[in-house]
Design a protein around this ligand. Structure first.
Ligand SMILES: Cc1cc2nc3c(=O)[nH]c(=O)nc-3n(C[C@H](O)[C@H](O)[C@H](O)COP(=O)(O)OP(=O)(O)OC[C@H]3O[C@@H](n4cnc5c(N)ncnc54)[C@H](O)[C@@H]3O)c2cc1C
Length: 335
């Protein structure tokens, strides 16, 4: 199969479900455009398998100059093996300047395989991309469990994985209709995995970074009992529980609840910071929340500097009082 060559561009791999492009992919398109602009080159979105026209317009509006659609009967989810083979061929042929990969389950599955297959470098957990005056692309990522920040020079066709929520999606532009190139690949290997069942997620099953409301606790919660009270508040609000590093280090709550530089980046509509001081490493993971409510007994706690609503008080009193008040106000309505 011949894949035409093209000048180097910044690629974004596009994940889609039921015809809809995932938010994690749309966020990276904006970042791809920013980096490509600094490099003076174009952006390309790479879509595996067929998507409908509305999805293509979505991709163009979020920053793709061109869309490459890779078509093959093998590229039906789950398609780890054929997807890796297809992308490896494309990368070798086209030599993109860099490849941005949404670091979701699909990205974590395919990214490292692509690195092994193509021999190109891979930067995981990328938090920031910079272009130096000499055209070098530098990716910043935490290392050693967040103890150090690593800067990595990104070579041609390097793979850069970026978690959902790290970059805000670019506001939709008045995009021209997308320029679409279809590449038909024959002879891809068959998938060796099979989807046996799919279950729609209940709000409870949402990941922390998908929740509309996050109720987070820190050292000020005082212990596991404090977190039980946060869980009650979260249940009333239909929220997920988050935590500071102090609380996860002490084992008061599972590490998956960690918000911040070494945890999850969240951007919910509403974020409660309860007994959290507002250390920069925590704030990094939540400062783009739409409304931040901080509850802290210290009126000088730094968290009040970024809070939209500040409550100076003891979480042992304020959290149960808020829970009761919300319960009454919401009147048992499912949120
Ligand atoms: C490399 C590195 C990476 C890190 N990554 C992260 C990260 O991803 N996420 C993260 O969260 N941290 C991270 N940290 C740790 C971070 O620096 C802070 O130590 C941590 O966020 C502090 O957690 P805290 O706010 O719960 O505790 P503290 O800073 O001790 O604050 C506790 C707060 O609770 C208040 N308080 C106490 N009692 C009460 C009460 N009864 N009622 C109300 N308020 C009360 C206090 O006034 C205080 O403001 C990292 C640190 C390093 C060095």
């Amino acid at each position: 199969v011949s894949i035409p060559t093209s000048p180097p561009t910044v690629w974004t791999l596009i994940w889609h479900r039921a015809g809809r492009v995932t938010d994690a992919s749309l966020e990276l398109l904006g970042e791809a455009r920013r980096v490509a602009g600094l490099l003076g080159i174009e952006t390309e979105a790479v879509v595996l398998g067929d998507v409908d026209d509305a999805a293509l317009v979505d991709v163009a509006e979020h920053g793709a100059d061109r869309v490459l659609i890779v078509a093959s009967p093998q590229l039906v989810r789950p398609a780890t093996k054929p997807a890796t083979a297809a992308l490896a061929q494309l990368i070798e042929r086209r030599a993109p300047r860099l490849v941005l990969i949404p670091e979701t389950a699909d990205g974590r599955d395919i990214g490292p395989r692509l690195a092994a297959r193509t021999g190109h470098g891979l930067v995981a957990d990328c938090a920031f991309l910079r272009v130096d005056p000499d055209g070098a692309v530098i990716a910043t990522r935490p290392a050693w469990d967040g103890m150090v920040s690593q800067r990595v020079r990104v070579g041609t066709s390097s793979l850069v994985m970026i978690a959902p929520g790290v970059f805000p999606p670019r506001p939709r532009g008045n995009a021209k209709p997308p320029v679409v190139e279809r590449i038909v690949l024959d002879g891809l290997p068959k998938s060796d995995t099979e989807l046996l069942a799919a279950k729609r997620l209940e709000p409870d099953d949402l990941e922390l970074d998908e929740a509309g409301t996050v109720v987070a606790g820190g050292l000020g919660m005082g212990g596991e009992a404090g977190f039980r009270s946060l869980e009650k508040l979260a249940a009333v609000l239909g929220a997920k529980v988050g935590a500071s590093r102090r609380a996860t280090d002490l084992g008061w709550v599972d590490r998956s609840a960690l918000v911040g530089q070494t945890g999850t980046t969240v951007r919910p509509s509403l974020y409660f910071a309860c007994g959290i001081s507002g250390a920069s490493q925590h704030v990094l993971g939540m400062h783009e929340s739409q409304v931040v409510v901080a509850i802290n007994s210290d009126p000088n706690a730094p968290i009040f500097g970024i809070a939209d609503v500040g409550i100076v008080g003891d979480v042992a009193e304020v959290v149960p009082a808020l829970t009761d008040a919300f319960e009454r106000a919401l009147g048992g309505v499912e949120s």
